[in-house]
Design a protein around this ligand. Structure first.
Ligand code: BV8
Ligand code: ZN
Length: 245
């Protein structure tokens, strides 16, 4: 197995770090077989752009179409397993003194890999949320065929994810922003750094004096802010990092 070449100084910085924040994007789930957000729109969904389906307006316009896309994604995710990248992050959380995992992913794979306290910045596929009264309820069955009526107000409930144009859940935003501002190191892993406000977290950490580590297959808009860059698939680089620490 190719061993990742660690940038000089990264291991020492991690060993000395008191507070570490992980920010993950869909690149961490890619090796579980979950298509990244842009790839998710293939096949019969190819004629849409993410911003056309992952919005409150799209759900208002055609609830069943949007629901069908999320049901397809729930089926995909229910059929896969966490990969070594998810497990390595859980191992690093157990090893490091103080950590916070902030994920943009909605697939729940970090929790299934043991990261019980993951901050789900963009919500979770396996819950539903009513946009009329904000009621949230778990929805574990990937086969539910149609948007269920809200038990509180009767409006149709959509998936419990944060759509484009919707606010990040207040508690998630507050926890992530505070942890980033106090971090000694932030690792941005498998994220293209295109979606805000999540993409601002590495900069918030830098402003607070943190070192920034990017783990990705290739450069992104975050690379310019990175003190260390680990290039390679997260399912290889992160287990190697956890083993070397
Ligand atoms: C908000 C849940 C305000 C849904 C997601 C112009 C017009 C309108 C809006 C905007 C605009 N400009 C900016 C905005 C704001 C907008 C935004 O950022 N738009 C983008 C498109 C420019 N943001 C919002 O709307 C946010 N809300 O701003 O609200 C507000 C405030 C108060 C009150 C009301 C409103 C909400 C954003 C949340 C959107 N929801 N997900 C769903 O999943 O269906 S975001 C979705 O896309 C994913 O969750 C993910 O976070 C994001 C990007 O996914 P990907 O394309 O997959 O890319 P990702 O970053 O995950 O990167 C993949 C990376 O992995 C790549 O770099 C690749 O190289 C790497 N990789 C691949 N394989 C591997 C790997 N790396 C390592 N190893 C590997 N094996
Ligand atoms: Zn409701």
């Amino acid at each position: 197995m190719a061993s990742a070449i660690f940038p000089a100084g990264l291991l020492d910085a991690l060993r000395q770090a008191g507070r570490v924040v992980f920010l993950t994007g869909s690149g961490v789930s890619a090796e579980s077989g979950v298509p990244t957000f842009r790839d998710a729109l293939t096949g019969l969904w190819a004629r849409f752009r993410p911003e056309e389906l992952a919005t409150p307006e799209a759900f208002q316009r055609d609830p069943q179409l949007v629901w069908d896309w999320y049901r397809e994604r729930r089926r995909q995710v229910a059929a896969v397993l966490p990969n070594p990248a998810h497990y390595a992050i859980a191992a690093l959380e157990a090893r490091l003194p103080e950590t916070l995992l902030v994920t943009q992913n909605v697939d729940g794979l970090h929790r299934r890999a043991g990261s019980a306290d993951a901050v789900e910045f963009h919500g979770n596929l396996f819950s539903n949320r009513c946009r009329a009264c904000d009621h949230v309820a778990p929805q574990p069955d990937p086969e539910l065929a149609a948007p269920p009526p809200c038990p509180l107000c009767g409006a149709l409930m959509g998936p419990g994810v944060v759509w484009f144009g919707e606010a990040i859940p207040a508690l998630a935003l507050e926890r992530a922003w505070r942890a980033a501002g106090e971090a000694d190191i932030i690792l941005a892993i498998g994220t293209s750094g295109l979606v805000t406000p999540a993409a601002a977290l590495p900069d918030v950490a830098r402003q607070g004096g943190a070192l920034v580590v990017e783990v990705n297959l290739h450069p992104t808009p975050l690379s310019a802010q990175a003190d260390f860059v680990m290039t390679g698939p997260a399912a290889l680089t992160l287990p190697a990092l956890a083993a070397a620490l």
